[in-house]
Structure formats: C-alpha cells, structure tokens
Design a protein around this ligand. Structure first.
Ligand SMILES: [Zn+2]
Length: 95
C-alpha cells in the first residue's frame, strides 16, 4: 500500500555492499540508519506506486553507471560524517 521510494532500497543495498570498505567507526543499525538518512537527503527520490515494480526501477538505475557512481560517492561522504561523530550508544560505551 502507498508509495515507496526505491532510492531507499538502492542506498541500503549499496551501503551494505560497501560498508566494509568505508572504514566506519561503528556499523550498528543506528549508525547505518544515520548514514542512510544523510545520503537519502542528498539523493533524488525515485517513487513508485506499486512496490512490486521496484526491482525493475532498481535494475534500470543500476545500468545508469554515472548515477551509480554518484550514489556511492554520496554514501561515502555520509559515512565519513557519521564516522567522525557517531551518535549511538554502542559507540559511546566503547569510547
Ligand atoms: Zn553505532
């Protein structure tokens, strides 16, 4: 029901694929959500009315190599910002 922002799926997939290469200070759910939120504020949304269509929109997006590069760049920038000052309990307890 309702509309769905396919960019959320793309950012989540990309973040999970690349997080090990991004030198995250912390990779708990809270920090990953912070990174996703920051990245999604910078990236254009891609709304679909029917979520069953989203794999097709995603496939179309992934063939856009310029777009894909930009998404990784934005996520890496967001990851660097969150890693510079993680706001989660997990990180606070360890430091
Ligand atoms: Zn954390």
């Amino acid at each position: 029901m309702g509309i769905h922002n396919v960019m959320e799926d793309v950012v989540r997939d990309t973040l999970l694929t690349y997080k090990n290469k991004m030198n995250l200070a912390c990779d708990c759910d809270r920090c990953l959500n912070d990174i996703m939120a920051l990245a999604l504020n910078e990236l254009p949304p891609r709304y679909v009315a029917n979520q069953s269509l989203s794999p097709y929109v995603r496939a179309a997006h992934e063939t856009d190599r310029q777009g894909a590069t930009n998404i990784i760049t934005v996520i890496a920038k967001s990851a660097a910002k969150v890693s510079a000052s993680p706001r989660c309990e997990t990180y606070a307890q360890k430091h």
